[in-house]
Design a protein around this ligand. Sequence first.
Ligand code: AMP
Length: 206
Amino acid sequence: MIYILTGGPATGKGTRSDILANALNIPHISTGDILRDASKTNKEIAEKLSKGELISDEIITDLLKERIIKEDCKKGFVLDGYPRTLAQIHLLNELLDSLGRKITRVIELTAPDELVYRRILERRKCAKCGRVYGIDFPPKVKDICDDCGQKLETRIDDTKKTLKARIETYKKNAGPILDYYKKAGLLKTVDSSGHPERIVEEVNED
Ligand code: AMP
């Protein structure tokens, strides 16, 4: 069971990947999260993230490989944020072939630009437990995590300026990726303006 969730920034990939992964009892792997983590010790990655630029295909694919060969990915995983370039499609195919695994479905999430901006500017994350809050799931107390009482933080790349670059980067690269998966009969497009919980049924609808 390998689901790939793709879509521009703040189209709800993270929230829906979490919901789907929990429902299927498999891990949610976000390459954005992996890179934000790596950026704490790697200046080059931190700089690219803050500019909304893509990290090199080789670096991100190596980090992804390290993650998906772990025991908890045996039954499957929900992949969010990868592949983002044509080269990554082929690197992923090679990686999955070498592990004898296949993609179950690729879900493209879409959302109107106005909703994307609102989601980004209101998104907060708990630095301690990683829980993400936003317009669909606000915290009970403003800027405080419901679970551990920590102050919530804004992601380093969630600024108006970075968002514009991230949307442009996505639009520049998305077409050929979506075409590829459409031709492979794996693509399903889902409008993410609706309730996030619906993703569990949507992934299996025609
Ligand atoms: P995301 O959390 O998926 O919106 O990703 C945040 C940022 O991480 C992106 O704007 C890129 O700078 C970087 N990133 C995430 N996934 C990839 C990837 N597959 N390839 C290259 N860069 C990535």
